[in-house]
Design a binder for this molecule. Structure first.
Ligand code: FE2
Length: 215
């Protein structure tokens, strides 16, 4: 199966490269965690397990996930990996998982999700690739990202950037947010439709979000 999504990554990576040079965007994903859902209206309440994973009833809304600005810190060429937690990365451990769908709710197996974010202190690594990585979704469109809760920085609430690319679909560039963060209210980019379904577990936080890509 690893070989399968490796092939999928290879198929989609040209899309990402094109986006990086053409002003659009990329993405990646990795299979591992339980399916989850992003659409706040349909997601089940999160029930984190000891690892912090969140299980939510998959309920594809069919509504395209809103796009958001890439911001100034995207870097093409991130390593392929499902965990961004390198040695020395401080912060509350976070597992983000979910699925990638089309608007007719077909899972987009092999979709590539490319994540980047600030560390727990609100700092981006703009010289290397700390807290940056891409992965491919499995055959059912599932991905799972192990990382830490990002810190706030001037003007911005807690958020994770991502580009999601699938063959035959426009690349989605967007950001994911956390519920109950006071700073959400004063962040002009924040969109409540992009708030993850978050729960607390013994090993950290678990968050669920499903992406729906436009045709
Ligand atoms: Fe950012």
């Amino acid at each position: 199966m690893r070989g399968t999504w490796k092939k999928a990554v290879l198929a989609v990576l040209p899309l990402l490269a094109a986006c990086a040079t053409g002003g659009s965007q990329p993405a990646a994903a990795t299979p591992k965690a339980p399916a989850a859902t992003a659409a706040p209206a349909t997601s089940a309440a999160p029930s984190p397990d000891s690892a912090g994973a969140v299980s939510g009833a998959p309920a594809c809304s069919g509504r395209p996930t809103p796009a958001q600005t890439e911001g100034p810190y995207f870097k093409p060429g991130s390593p392929e990996r499902a965990s961004l937690v390198d040695p020395g990365i401080a912060g509350t451990r976070l597992l983000v998982s979910g699925r990638v769908f089309s608007t007719d709710c077909r899972p987009l197996g092999g979709a590539v999700l490319d994540f980047w974010q600030a560390d727990g202190s609100g700092r981006y690594d703009n010289t290397g690739y700390r807290l940056r990585g891409h992965q491919a979704a499995d055959g059912e469109g599932r991905y799972a990202l192990t990382t830490v809760v990002p810190g706030e920085y001037p003007g911005r609430t807690e958020h994770i950037h991502v580009k999601v690319a699938a063959v035959g679909k426009p690349v989605l560039t967007t950001q994911l947010y956390f519920p109950g963060v006071a700073r959400n209210a004063s962040d002009g980019i924040f969109d409540p439709a992009l708030v993850m379904n978050v729960g607390e577990g013994a090993g950290g936080r678990g968050a669920a979000f499903d992406f729906v890509l436009r045709p």
